[in-house]
Design a protein around this ligand. Sequence first.
Ligand code: GLP
Length: 240
Amino acid sequence: MEIKVFKTAEEIGSAVASIFVDEVKNNPSCVLGLATGASPIPTYKEIIKAFENGGITFKDVKTYNLDEYCDLPKNDKNSYYTFMHEQLFNGLDILEENVHFLDGNAEDSEAECKGYDAEINAAGGIDIQLLGIGNNAHIGFNEPADSFTDGSFKVKLTDSTIEANKIYFDENPMPHYALTMGINQIMAAKKIILIATGPKKAEAIRNMVKGEVTPQVPASILQKHDDVIIFLDEAAASLL
Ligand code: GLP
C-alpha cells in the first residue's frame, strides 16, 4: 500500500484527478470504477476542470459505480445515480449508455448482480477503482462480516452506516438495503485508489493499514492488492 498524506481535501482532489486524467488520455476507452460520498467530490470537480480545459474526451470511457440504494427511485435526489450525474457526468462528454449502476429496484436482485458482474468482465475489468471508506471500514457497501464477499450482492446496511449517511435524507427515510460490488470484485481492479479525510476516518484507516486482514475490517483486504494508493488528509492519517 502506498500512503500519501495531504494538507487539504482539495489537494487530494487534484492529485487523484490527475491519475484519472492521465489514464483517460493514455487509454481513451478505459473502464473506471467510481464511488459516491463526500470523499470523491473534490476529485470529480478537478476532473471536470481538466475536461473543460480541453485535450481530453470521455466519450469512449465506461464507468461502473460501486453501489446503489435499494427501494429508492433512480432519480431520487439521494440516489447514487443522481449523485454521479450532478457531481461528475453532467460536466463531461461521457455517453449515458457508458455509465453503469446496479439497479437497486430490480425485482430479481440476484440476477441484477450477476448481470452487472458479467458486464464488467465483458468490458475487460476495471482499470482504476476509486474508493471511499466507511467509519466502520466498509468499502462500497461491504459491511464488517464473517467472510469476504465475492461478486455484487444485496446487503443489509449496519446501524453505523445508516447513522453516518442518514444526514442526507430529509423527506424519505434512508433505505436499509443496498446493492454493492463485492470484495473480490473490487480486488480484481488493476489499480485501486482510496480517499479518506477527517478525524472520523482515522480509526478505520489505522485498522485498514496496520491491523490484521479480516472481514470484520473489510478495507483491510486492500493490504493484499499490489497497486493501491491511499490518499489521506492529516486528520485521517493521525493514528498511523
Ligand atoms: C457510503 C458509500 C461508500 C463511501 C462511504 C463514505 O457508505 N457507499 O462507498 O465510501 O459512504 O462516504 P464519505 O466519503 O461521505 O465519508
